[in-house]
Design a protein around this ligand. Structure first.
Ligand SMILES: Nc1ncnc2c1ncn2[C@@H]1O[C@H](COP(=O)(O)OP(=O)(O)OP(=O)(O)O)[C@@H](O)[C@H]1O
Ligand SMILES: [Mg+2]
Length: 347
């Protein structure tokens, strides 16, 4: 059936090839039982684990009674529509992952060329699994880092914070007494210093772990974050809150995540943007919430971005919880990075 000059190619090629024809006197449209095997090459015998002699002259249905419908479908479609058809999938009969292209050869003949993609598919599956493991690992690492930070912050808040406030109260009590002027001045200076230390400790606690998120909620925590990070650098900022804070609750874990990621984005603004104005937009929804950080800085070409740990870790932390990060930027047009995630974690 194969012209002699093509025979050597047919026999030697690594890809399985099958030639089909329509059973005599059958008119189109055809069904799988109307399609007869005319020839198969040695690669077909090897991959499909079938001997040529047991196939030739038999119908598609006789040879592959249990095959997934897609394999017959492409040949049927190829005959009926006179066009090339592609299919990829698992073949349980052969235990392989196959790709096939069926194409018309003449009005009553067609051929299909297969590629055995089993090894490729296995590597792809392994790669996906490893990526999944890496994500899980990164999530655990984030959690453990978060716990350590929270412990340190808790200690600073409970011990140092408490001692400083006690000291301030003692100093204030002392200042109300009738003391010599020079002592009074020293006490007033000490009061001012202690107030500064309390504020610095509070900022440190905030930076380390947003403990207060639980007490004050996400919006005031973000406000304090922006104030602490942007104000000293002379960057103007505005917080835009949409959605009712009372009605729409965001899980504590999500709040911590959004807070941390916003902090990372503000670091980027400070480091890269040369911006003079930043908007932090918070949208609370019943099922999804969003925080976006927008700056009027130098922007960048999103297609040429070189991910560092910052944006990479935001993307990787959002993915496993069904969230996503979108980057909108262009050179000289500022940057807006939008983080969306579910408002509650249901596991
Ligand atoms: N607000 C921004 N304005 C301008 N460029 C930005 C902004 N945010 C990110 N970029 C660009 O995107 C790149 C990737 O940011 P990413 O946070 O992933 O890495 P990084 O800040 O360079 O390093 P790292 O976060 O690991 O310290 C940055 O190097 C910078 O070129
Ligand atoms: Mg960064």
């Amino acid at each position: 059936m194969i012209a002699q000059k093509y025979k050597i190619f047919f026999d030697k090629v690594f890809n399985p090839i099958a030639l089909y024809k329509i059973r005599d006197s059958v008119k189109k449209p055809v069904t799988p039982s109307d399609i007869i095997f005319v020839d198969v090459n040695p690669a077909y015998e090897r991959v499909m684990k079938l001997e040529r002699d047991k196939i030739i002259g038999k119908s598609f249905v006789d040879v592959w009674p249990m095959a997934e419908p897609c394999w017959a479908d492409i040949v049927v479609k190829c005959f009926n529509k006179n066009m090339s058809v592609r299919c990829e999938g698992e073949s349980h009969d052969t235990g392989s992952w196959l790709e096939a292209v069926a194409f018309p050869v003449s009005h009553d003949m067609a051929a299909a060329i297969f590629s055995d993609m089993t090894d490729w598919k296995k590597s792809e599956d392994e790669l996906k699994l490893n990526q999944e493991r890496l994500r899980e690992f990164a999530a655990k690492l984030t959690l453990s880092e978060e716990n350590t930070r929270r412990d340190i912050a808790q200690d600073l808040h409970d011990h140092l914070g408490y001692e400083l406030v006690s000291q301030l109260m003692t100093l204030r009590t002392l200042s109300e007494k009738n003391l010599p002027e020079d002592i009074s001045k020293i006490i007033n200076d000490l009061i001012k210093n202690t107030e500064k230390l309390i504020a610095a400790n509070r900022n440190l606690v905030f930076e380390l772990s947003p403990l207060v998120l639980k007490e004050v909620g996400l919006n005031p925590a973000l406000e304090a974050l922006a104030k602490n990070m942007l104000e000293p650098r002379g960057i103007e900022y505005e917080l835009i809150f949409n959605g009712s804070m009372e009605e729409i609750q965001i899980d504590d874990d999500i709040c911590v995540l959004l807070y941390r990621m916003t902090r990372e984005l503000l670091f980027n603004v400070i480091k890269h943007a040369h911006a003079t104005k930043v908007n932090i937009i918070v949208n609370r929804g019943a099922s999804k919430s969003m925080v976006a950080v927008e700056d009027n800085g130098k922007g960048f070409d999103v297609n040429k971005i070189k991910y560092g740990l910052g944006l990479f870790s935001i993307r990787e932390r959002l993915l496993p919880i069904g969230g996503e990060m979108k980057i909108i930027s262009a050179p000289n047009s500022g940057t807006m990075i939008v983080m969306t995630c579910p408002s509650t974690l249901t596991d």
